[in-house]
Write a protein that binds this ligand. Sequence first.
Ligand code: S3P
Length: 175
Amino acid sequence: MTDPVRRVLLVGFMGSGKSTVGPRVADALGWTFHDVDRVVEARAGKRVADIFATDGEARFRRMEDDAARDLLRRDRVVVGSGGGWAAVEGRLQDLPPGTVSVWLRVSPEEAVRRAGRQPGERPLLDVEDPLAAARALLLEREPRYARAQHEVDTTGRSPEDVSRSITRLIHRSEP
Ligand code: S3P
């Protein structure tokens, strides 16, 4: 028997639109949206970039996993993970029952363009050649993102259009 859909997990690279599209999907479903990065920031009392700078990436990754696991225990939620969480082998194969995972796919060019609108927010792209960094990270991460149950391409599409596609997917996943 299929589990009823109780939560949606959005995964994908930085700039794939998880936190833009997530609240719209949540609205359409009558659920709430939670962003893992924002939960980490609230718990740490500082921005992600400051956690990277002062506590280091390893500490951030532990906080990120704790926050993601806490959010994935809730029902009627759309959860936006940070781009690195689902890039760890095994994460998308071990989700609580009732979770529908969706990979928001984006090209490295568009990811860098979108991330450029929020300077200083993404330490991994805050490097001399962000496009080369994005290409290298995507190459390494895409096989893991691809473990999501659904894949939605976001490149060149509006948040409204992408949200509609995801909402349709969720309705279709309902048993
Ligand atoms: C990261 C993505 C960021 C944030 C951190 C690391 C990554 O989140 O968690 O800067 O490793 O891809 P967004 O995907 O929401 O930008």
